[in-house]
Design a protein around this ligand. Structure first.
Ligand code: TRP
Length: 349
Protein backbone atom coordinates (compact mmCIF):
# COMPACT_ATOMS: atom_id res chain seq x y z
CA UNK A 1 0.00 0.00 0.00
CA UNK A 2 1.29 3.45 -0.85
CA UNK A 3 1.75 6.08 1.80
CA UNK A 4 -0.11 9.39 1.94
CA UNK A 5 0.92 12.04 4.42
CA UNK A 6 -0.36 15.48 5.27
CA UNK A 7 -0.18 17.97 8.09
CA UNK A 8 -1.98 21.05 9.20
CA UNK A 9 -0.68 23.84 11.39
CA UNK A 10 -2.54 24.24 14.65
CA UNK A 11 -3.55 27.85 14.34
CA UNK A 12 -7.31 27.88 14.94
CA UNK A 13 -10.48 26.20 13.77
CA UNK A 14 -10.81 24.41 10.44
CA UNK A 15 -12.85 26.21 7.80
CA UNK A 16 -14.77 25.06 4.74
CA UNK A 17 -11.60 25.44 2.65
CA UNK A 18 -9.80 22.94 4.87
CA UNK A 19 -12.83 20.67 4.81
CA UNK A 20 -13.61 20.56 1.10
CA UNK A 21 -10.01 21.03 -0.04
CA UNK A 22 -8.51 18.40 2.22
CA UNK A 23 -10.25 16.78 5.15
CA UNK A 24 -13.24 15.37 3.28
CA UNK A 25 -10.85 13.67 0.89
CA UNK A 26 -8.65 12.35 3.71
CA UNK A 27 -11.74 10.55 4.99
CA UNK A 28 -12.59 9.18 1.54
CA UNK A 29 -9.19 7.57 0.97
CA UNK A 30 -8.58 6.15 4.42
CA UNK A 31 -9.17 2.56 3.28
CA UNK A 32 -7.03 2.80 0.18
CA UNK A 33 -3.71 4.16 1.43
CA UNK A 34 -1.42 3.94 4.38
CA UNK A 35 -2.25 7.41 5.72
CA UNK A 36 -0.42 9.66 8.16
CA UNK A 37 -2.14 12.84 9.27
CA UNK A 38 -0.50 15.03 11.83
CA UNK A 39 -0.88 18.33 13.60
CA UNK A 40 2.07 20.57 12.86
CA UNK A 41 2.46 22.20 16.26
CA UNK A 42 6.17 22.91 15.75
CA UNK A 43 5.34 24.78 12.56
CA UNK A 44 2.76 26.83 14.44
CA UNK A 45 5.57 28.20 16.63
CA UNK A 46 6.80 30.43 13.80
CA UNK A 47 4.03 32.84 14.77
CA UNK A 48 4.71 32.55 18.54
CA UNK A 49 1.32 31.44 19.88
CA UNK A 50 0.72 32.26 23.55
CA UNK A 51 1.63 29.25 25.72
CA UNK A 52 -1.90 29.28 27.13
CA UNK A 53 -3.31 28.69 23.64
CA UNK A 54 -0.68 26.35 22.27
CA UNK A 55 -2.10 23.07 23.55
CA UNK A 56 -5.74 24.04 23.03
CA UNK A 57 -4.98 24.75 19.37
CA UNK A 58 -3.60 21.24 18.90
CA UNK A 59 -6.61 19.77 20.66
CA UNK A 60 -8.97 21.76 18.46
CA UNK A 61 -7.56 20.39 15.22
CA UNK A 62 -7.45 16.90 16.63
CA UNK A 63 -11.12 17.03 17.72
CA UNK A 64 -12.19 18.51 14.39
CA UNK A 65 -10.27 15.88 12.38
CA UNK A 66 -11.99 13.13 14.34
CA UNK A 67 -15.41 14.78 14.24
CA UNK A 68 -15.16 15.04 10.45
CA UNK A 69 -14.72 11.29 10.21
CA UNK A 70 -11.02 10.43 10.27
CA UNK A 71 -10.84 6.99 11.82
CA UNK A 72 -7.81 6.32 14.06
CA UNK A 73 -8.31 2.59 13.48
CA UNK A 74 -7.54 3.15 9.81
CA UNK A 75 -5.09 6.05 9.72
CA UNK A 76 -2.24 7.25 11.88
CA UNK A 77 -3.12 10.54 13.55
CA UNK A 78 -0.39 12.16 15.59
CA UNK A 79 1.10 15.36 16.95
CA UNK A 80 4.32 16.46 15.24
CA UNK A 81 6.19 17.26 18.46
CA UNK A 82 5.37 13.80 19.86
CA UNK A 83 7.80 12.37 17.31
CA UNK A 84 11.26 13.69 18.20
CA UNK A 85 12.74 11.82 15.23
CA UNK A 86 11.28 14.57 13.04
CA UNK A 87 13.30 17.22 14.84
CA UNK A 88 16.46 15.17 14.52
CA UNK A 89 15.97 14.65 10.81
CA UNK A 90 15.31 18.39 10.53
CA UNK A 91 18.80 19.04 11.95
CA UNK A 92 20.36 16.60 9.51
CA UNK A 93 18.48 18.04 6.51
CA UNK A 94 19.45 21.58 7.52
CA UNK A 95 23.05 20.57 6.79
CA UNK A 96 22.25 19.92 3.14
CA UNK A 97 19.91 22.89 2.70
CA UNK A 98 21.23 26.12 1.26
CA UNK A 99 20.43 29.53 2.66
CA UNK A 100 20.02 30.96 -0.83
CA UNK A 101 17.36 28.53 -1.95
CA UNK A 102 15.43 28.98 1.29
CA UNK A 103 15.53 32.75 0.90
CA UNK A 104 14.09 32.37 -2.59
CA UNK A 105 11.02 30.49 -1.31
CA UNK A 106 7.90 32.46 -2.21
CA UNK A 107 6.14 32.03 1.15
CA UNK A 108 9.27 33.26 2.94
CA UNK A 109 9.72 36.25 0.66
CA UNK A 110 6.05 37.19 1.09
CA UNK A 111 6.28 37.04 4.89
CA UNK A 112 9.44 39.14 4.96
CA UNK A 113 7.89 41.71 2.69
CA UNK A 114 4.76 41.87 4.83
CA UNK A 115 6.85 42.33 7.98
CA UNK A 116 8.76 45.18 6.35
CA UNK A 117 5.59 46.90 5.17
CA UNK A 118 4.18 46.68 8.70
CA UNK A 119 7.35 47.89 10.40
CA UNK A 120 7.64 50.87 8.06
CA UNK A 121 3.93 51.52 7.99
CA UNK A 122 3.79 51.46 4.19
CA UNK A 123 1.83 49.47 1.66
CA UNK A 124 3.06 46.06 0.52
CA UNK A 125 3.66 47.39 -2.98
CA UNK A 126 5.96 50.05 -1.56
CA UNK A 127 8.50 47.48 -0.42
CA UNK A 128 10.77 46.70 -3.36
CA UNK A 129 11.20 43.04 -4.36
CA UNK A 130 14.97 43.33 -3.93
CA UNK A 131 14.90 45.28 -0.66
CA UNK A 132 17.65 43.92 1.61
CA UNK A 133 17.18 46.21 4.58
CA UNK A 134 16.27 44.03 7.59
CA UNK A 135 16.24 46.86 10.10
CA UNK A 136 13.34 46.81 12.55
CA UNK A 137 12.08 43.35 11.67
CA UNK A 138 12.77 40.04 13.35
CA UNK A 139 12.36 37.16 10.97
CA UNK A 140 12.98 33.90 12.79
CA UNK A 141 15.34 31.28 11.43
CA UNK A 142 12.42 28.90 11.92
CA UNK A 143 10.52 30.75 9.24
CA UNK A 144 13.48 30.52 6.88
CA UNK A 145 13.85 26.80 7.47
CA UNK A 146 10.12 26.09 7.49
CA UNK A 147 10.43 24.07 4.25
CA UNK A 148 13.21 21.95 5.79
CA UNK A 149 11.02 20.97 8.73
CA UNK A 150 8.20 20.23 6.32
CA UNK A 151 10.55 18.06 4.25
CA UNK A 152 11.51 16.19 7.43
CA UNK A 153 7.79 15.58 8.14
CA UNK A 154 7.33 14.07 4.71
CA UNK A 155 10.58 12.20 4.17
CA UNK A 156 10.66 10.56 7.59
CA UNK A 157 7.67 8.40 6.64
CA UNK A 158 8.92 7.95 3.07
CA UNK A 159 5.58 9.28 1.88
CA UNK A 160 4.69 8.60 -1.75
CA UNK A 161 1.97 11.22 -1.91
CA UNK A 162 1.27 14.51 -0.22
CA UNK A 163 -2.09 16.20 -0.80
CA UNK A 164 -1.24 19.90 -0.90
CA UNK A 165 -2.85 23.08 -2.04
CA UNK A 166 -1.31 25.42 -4.57
CA UNK A 167 0.38 27.48 -1.85
CA UNK A 168 2.36 24.45 -0.67
CA UNK A 169 3.58 23.19 -4.03
CA UNK A 170 6.95 24.88 -3.74
CA UNK A 171 7.49 23.37 -0.30
CA UNK A 172 6.71 19.93 -1.64
CA UNK A 173 9.13 20.47 -4.49
CA UNK A 174 11.78 21.32 -1.91
CA UNK A 175 11.16 18.02 -0.12
CA UNK A 176 11.86 16.33 -3.46
CA UNK A 177 15.05 18.34 -3.89
CA UNK A 178 16.31 17.35 -0.44
CA UNK A 179 15.42 13.68 -0.93
CA UNK A 180 17.33 13.60 -4.21
CA UNK A 181 20.26 15.57 -2.82
CA UNK A 182 20.59 13.32 0.21
CA UNK A 183 20.35 10.13 -1.83
CA UNK A 184 22.96 11.42 -4.31
CA UNK A 185 25.30 12.67 -1.65
CA UNK A 186 25.26 9.50 0.42
CA UNK A 187 24.80 7.07 -2.43
CA UNK A 188 21.79 5.29 -1.05
CA UNK A 189 18.06 5.36 -1.69
CA UNK A 190 17.24 6.39 1.85
CA UNK A 191 14.42 8.76 0.95
CA UNK A 192 11.45 8.49 -1.38
CA UNK A 193 10.67 11.48 -3.60
CA UNK A 194 7.15 12.51 -2.65
CA UNK A 195 4.61 13.54 -5.27
CA UNK A 196 1.57 15.77 -5.05
CA UNK A 197 -1.60 13.82 -4.47
CA UNK A 198 -4.52 14.74 -6.63
CA UNK A 199 -7.96 13.73 -5.45
CA UNK A 200 -9.15 13.17 -8.98
CA UNK A 201 -11.70 15.92 -9.32
CA UNK A 202 -8.92 18.47 -9.76
CA UNK A 203 -7.96 21.04 -7.19
CA UNK A 204 -10.96 22.74 -5.65
CA UNK A 205 -10.48 26.30 -4.62
CA UNK A 206 -12.94 27.24 -1.93
CA UNK A 207 -13.58 30.99 -2.21
CA UNK A 208 -14.10 33.37 0.69
CA UNK A 209 -17.23 35.42 1.27
CA UNK A 210 -15.56 38.76 0.69
CA UNK A 211 -15.79 38.75 -3.07
CA UNK A 212 -12.34 37.66 -4.12
CA UNK A 213 -9.64 35.13 -3.37
CA UNK A 214 -9.76 31.90 -1.39
CA UNK A 215 -11.07 31.13 2.04
CA UNK A 216 -8.23 31.34 4.52
CA UNK A 217 -7.55 31.54 8.23
CA UNK A 218 -5.67 34.78 7.99
CA UNK A 219 -8.04 36.37 5.49
CA UNK A 220 -10.91 36.53 8.01
CA UNK A 221 -13.41 35.53 5.33
CA UNK A 222 -14.13 31.99 6.43
CA UNK A 223 -16.92 29.78 7.61
CA UNK A 224 -15.73 27.36 10.23
CA UNK A 225 -16.78 23.79 10.96
CA UNK A 226 -17.31 25.03 14.49
CA UNK A 227 -19.63 27.93 13.57
CA UNK A 228 -23.22 27.55 14.75
CA UNK A 229 -26.27 28.02 12.55
CA UNK A 230 -26.75 31.65 13.50
CA UNK A 231 -23.15 32.56 12.78
CA UNK A 232 -23.15 30.78 9.43
CA UNK A 233 -26.39 32.44 8.36
CA UNK A 234 -25.09 35.85 9.40
CA UNK A 235 -21.82 35.40 7.53
CA UNK A 236 -23.50 34.21 4.35
CA UNK A 237 -26.15 36.95 4.39
CA UNK A 238 -23.34 39.51 4.68
CA UNK A 239 -21.36 38.08 1.75
CA UNK A 240 -20.47 40.63 -0.90
CA UNK A 241 -22.78 40.85 -3.93
CA UNK A 242 -23.27 43.32 -6.78
CA UNK A 243 -26.41 45.16 -7.85
CA UNK A 244 -27.62 42.25 -9.99
CA UNK A 245 -27.59 41.25 -13.66
CA UNK A 246 -29.14 43.72 -16.11
CA UNK A 247 -28.85 41.68 -19.29
CA UNK A 248 -29.85 38.02 -19.75
CA UNK A 249 -27.00 35.49 -19.73
CA UNK A 250 -24.35 37.98 -18.66
CA UNK A 251 -21.04 36.76 -17.24
CA UNK A 252 -20.91 36.65 -13.44
CA UNK A 253 -18.68 38.96 -11.44
CA UNK A 254 -16.28 37.13 -9.13
CA UNK A 255 -18.32 37.74 -5.97
CA UNK A 256 -21.40 36.06 -7.46
CA UNK A 257 -19.45 33.26 -9.04
CA UNK A 258 -17.96 32.55 -5.61
CA UNK A 259 -21.40 32.06 -4.11
CA UNK A 260 -22.20 29.60 -6.89
CA UNK A 261 -18.91 27.79 -6.32
CA UNK A 262 -19.79 27.35 -2.65
CA UNK A 263 -23.28 26.26 -3.60
CA UNK A 264 -21.91 23.62 -5.96
CA UNK A 265 -20.05 22.13 -2.98
CA UNK A 266 -22.98 21.95 -0.57
CA UNK A 267 -26.26 22.04 -2.49
CA UNK A 268 -28.15 19.64 -4.75
CA UNK A 269 -27.30 20.09 -8.46
CA UNK A 270 -30.95 20.96 -9.11
CA UNK A 271 -30.72 23.82 -6.61
CA UNK A 272 -27.64 25.23 -8.33
CA UNK A 273 -29.41 24.91 -11.68
CA UNK A 274 -32.48 26.72 -10.34
CA UNK A 275 -30.49 29.75 -9.25
CA UNK A 276 -28.38 29.73 -12.42
CA UNK A 277 -31.56 30.02 -14.47
CA UNK A 278 -32.69 32.89 -12.26
CA UNK A 279 -29.34 34.56 -12.86
CA UNK A 280 -29.63 34.06 -16.59
CA UNK A 281 -33.14 35.52 -16.84
CA UNK A 282 -32.25 38.34 -14.40
CA UNK A 283 -34.89 37.39 -11.86
CA UNK A 284 -32.38 36.31 -9.23
CA UNK A 285 -32.84 37.53 -5.68
CA UNK A 286 -29.57 37.35 -3.78
CA UNK A 287 -31.40 37.11 -0.46
CA UNK A 288 -33.03 33.84 -1.55
CA UNK A 289 -29.78 32.49 -2.93
CA UNK A 290 -27.97 33.26 0.31
CA UNK A 291 -30.69 31.77 2.50
CA UNK A 292 -30.52 28.55 0.54
CA UNK A 293 -26.72 28.53 0.60
CA UNK A 294 -26.61 29.07 4.38
CA UNK A 295 -29.11 26.26 4.96
CA UNK A 296 -27.15 23.86 2.77
CA UNK A 297 -23.82 24.72 4.41
CA UNK A 298 -25.43 24.01 7.78
CA UNK A 299 -26.59 20.61 6.55
CA UNK A 300 -22.96 19.67 5.97
CA UNK A 301 -21.31 21.29 8.96
CA UNK A 302 -23.79 21.09 11.85
CA UNK A 303 -23.58 17.29 12.26
CA UNK A 304 -19.79 17.66 12.43
CA UNK A 305 -20.07 20.55 14.86
CA UNK A 306 -22.29 18.47 17.11
CA UNK A 307 -19.52 15.91 17.52
CA UNK A 308 -16.67 18.36 18.07
CA UNK A 309 -17.40 19.38 21.67
CA UNK A 310 -17.93 15.85 22.93
CA UNK A 311 -14.64 14.72 21.37
CA UNK A 312 -12.77 17.83 22.51
CA UNK A 313 -13.72 17.15 26.11
CA UNK A 314 -13.07 13.41 26.07
CA UNK A 315 -9.63 13.28 27.68
CA UNK A 316 -9.42 9.50 27.73
CA UNK A 317 -10.31 9.11 24.06
CA UNK A 318 -7.94 11.84 22.86
CA UNK A 319 -5.16 10.41 24.99
CA UNK A 320 -5.71 7.00 23.41
CA UNK A 321 -5.80 8.35 19.85
CA UNK A 322 -2.71 10.48 20.27
CA UNK A 323 -0.60 7.91 22.08
CA UNK A 324 -1.41 5.13 19.62
CA UNK A 325 -0.74 7.50 16.75
CA UNK A 326 2.55 8.56 18.29
CA UNK A 327 3.69 4.93 18.69
CA UNK A 328 2.88 4.08 15.09
CA UNK A 329 4.49 7.26 13.80
CA UNK A 330 7.62 6.75 15.88
CA UNK A 331 8.04 3.19 14.65
CA UNK A 332 7.98 4.37 11.05
CA UNK A 333 10.07 7.48 11.76
CA UNK A 334 12.82 5.77 13.69
CA UNK A 335 13.30 3.19 10.94
CA UNK A 336 13.91 5.93 8.35
CA UNK A 337 16.07 7.97 10.69
CA UNK A 338 18.26 4.93 11.36
CA UNK A 339 18.82 4.54 7.61
CA UNK A 340 19.71 8.22 7.25
CA UNK A 341 22.14 8.13 10.16
CA UNK A 342 23.78 5.00 8.85
CA UNK A 343 24.16 6.48 5.37
CA UNK A 344 25.78 9.59 6.85
CA UNK A 345 28.25 7.54 8.87
CA UNK A 346 26.88 7.70 12.39
CA UNK A 347 27.86 4.62 14.35
CA UNK A 348 26.80 3.43 17.77
CA UNK A 349 29.72 2.78 20.15
N1 TRP B 1 2.96 23.85 5.60
C1 TRP B 1 1.69 23.19 5.62
C2 TRP B 1 0.59 24.26 5.56
O1 TRP B 1 0.78 25.36 6.04
C3 TRP B 1 1.52 22.34 6.84
C4 TRP B 1 2.50 21.21 6.85
C5 TRP B 1 3.57 21.06 7.69
C6 TRP B 1 2.49 20.09 5.96
N2 TRP B 1 4.23 19.91 7.40
C7 TRP B 1 3.60 19.30 6.34
C8 TRP B 1 1.67 19.70 4.91
C9 TRP B 1 3.90 18.09 5.67
C10 TRP B 1 1.96 18.52 4.24
C11 TRP B 1 3.07 17.74 4.61
O2 TRP B 1 -0.47 23.98 5.07
Amino acid sequence: MQTVLSGIRSTGHLHLGNYFGALRNFVRIQDDYNCYYFIADLHSLTTHPHPDDFHANVRTILAEYLAAGLDPEKVTIFVQSDVPEVSELYVLLNMISYKGELERTTTFKDKVRLAKAKARNVRLEDVAEDDHNDEGINISAGLLTYPVLMAADILIHRADFVPVGKDQEQHLEYARVLARRFNNMYGEEVFTEPRAFNFGSGLIKVPGLDGSGKMGKSEGNGIYLYDDEKTITKKVMKALTDSGPVEPNSPMPECIENLFTLMALVSEPSTVEYFKEKWNDCSIRYGDLKKQLAADICKVTLPIRERIDAIYNDDAYLHKVVSEGRDKARTSASATLALARKAMGFKVF
